[in-house]
Write a protein that binds this ligand. Structure first.
Ligand code: FMN
Length: 395
């Protein structure tokens, strides 16, 4: 980040205190930081603190005539390599999405010709509110980078997505934005499914499979490290969410299909989940042993991979997974054609039982099949993400 100039806009959220640390982290990495604080932002952090940490004047007022004479608001908005909004409140993002310019921060954001990176932080209900979802989608469609907030306990006592990512993680995202080669998938949205599905038989029993979710979670993590914005639709597993990944938990195949549809559009889809092919009509009350073996009425589940491939919103690169116990490579090649996806990663689960730390896979594409050595699932993930970067970015 040596010599890069960051214009940091601080909104009026409880996480504004973290912007002080962000100034320090960015300066330690060699960038210069100029701060703008909104009126609400000043309720949480003082211009004095930010001036001391940035060793620069802090800007607060659009109608400061002295500044207009020395440094106009248009000039301020252009004298940076990157504009960063952290924390971005729901209010600030709503104004940005609507093109409102009623104070210094929003006027700068409308006047700038520089890339803008937005780090939202707010209560989980505010983040989940349809208005905020719409505003985030608008900002992303306008070409701004909007980071996903972290998930966890919040200052307000609730739990969920909405926390400002750590200053080091925001600085990583800033570095990626400033040097796109370091993060080949920056600006791409990747959708990953992982884990099994559970199909209820009655309120206490399910039809499940042995998928652990390890491979899908490793791929989501590797995609995020390569700079992609990642949505991970996870079946019932108890794995931690990889850093920077937006996770949507589901239980059944029908819920997974709906979550995949809701996450579109995406540039990349990696469908790793072991989705149950069949479900049964679930009994409303617990089935009793005394009634004898239950009659299960089987129904076909939605084919998530085939549906995605046939969708009008089909991602540019769709990768399916095939777990087979016989002729994995041949069956995988047939599955690639049948489903209409670009690549299939086929693994022989008779050799490497599901749930283990290692995988031996075949990567099947239109030009043939690559047989990869047995390796850790994290290494499979890294190699696959390298292939994805090569395919999308020609690196
Ligand atoms: C104690 C307190 C904490 C707040 N925290 C947040 C927050 O984390 N995120 C948010 O979007 N709004 C938060 N708000 C509401 C904003 O301060 C309010 O919407 C304000 O108008 C935002 O101003 P801005 O556009 O300058 O950021 C908080 C308000 C209070 C009183």
């Amino acid at each position: 980040m040596n010599g890069k100039r960051i214009l940091l806009i601080i909104g009026g959220g409880i996480a504004a205190y973290k912007s002080c640390e962000l100034v320090r982290v960015l300066r330690r990495r060699g960038a210069s930081v100029r701060c703008v604080v909104t009126a609400s932002g000043q309720k949480f952090v003082t211009p004095m603190t930010l001036a001391a940490l940035s060793e620069d004047k802090v800007y607060t007022d659009l109608f400061d005539l002295k500044d207009e004479a020395e440094m106009g608001h248009i000039q301020l908005s252009r004298q940076a390599d990157l504009v960063v909004v952290a924390p971005a409140t729901a209010d600030l993002m709503a104004k940005m999405a609507a093109g409102i310019a009623d104070d210094l921060a929003t006027t700068l954001l409308l006047a700038t010709d520089k890339p803008v990176l937005v780090a939202p932080a707010m209560n989980v209900r505010m983040w989940d509110h349809p208005a905020t979802r719409r505003n985030v989608a608008t900002l992303r469609a306008d070409g701004l980078t909007v980071l996903n907030p972290d998930e966890g306990p919040m200052a307000c006592g609730e739990f969920g997505p909405g926390r400002l990512p750590d200053p080091e993680a925001i600085a990583d995202a800033i570095a990626a934005q400033l040097d796109p080669a370091a993060k080949p998938l920056a600006g791409k949205h990747a959708l990953v499914t992982a884990g099994p599905t559970h199909e209820p038989i009655d309120p206490v029993r399910v039809i499940a499979n042995r998928s652990s979710g390890l491979q899908g979670f490793a791929i989501a993590e590797a995609l995020a490290k390569a700079g992609a914005r990642v949505t991970l639709v996870a079946g019932p597993v108890s794995l931690p969410t990889p850093a920077g990944v937006h996770r949507v938990d589901v239980e059944t195949a029908a819920q997974m299909a709906a979550a995949v549809d809701a996450a579109l559009p995406a540039d990349i889809a990696v469908m790793v989940a072991a989705v149950a092919d069949w479900r049964v009509d679930a009994a409303p009350a617990k089935l009793k042993k005394e009634a004898g073996p239950p009659q299960l009425n089987w129904q076909k589940n939605p084919d998530i991979l085939a549906t995605l491939c046939a969708s009008a919103q089909r991602p540019g690169l769709v990768i399916g997974f095939a777990a087979e116990t016989e002729n994995a490579a041949d069956q995988g090649a047939a599955k690639r054609v049948r489903k209409g996806c670009d690549w299939i990663v086929a693994n022989d689960v008779s050799q490497d039982p599901m749930g283990g730390a290692q995988n031996r896979v075949h990567l099947i594409h239109a030009d043939g099949t690559e047989n990869w050595d047995r390796m850790d699932k994290t290494q499979v993930a890294q190699m696959l993400v390298q292939r994805i970067s090569d395919a999308l970015c020609g690196n």
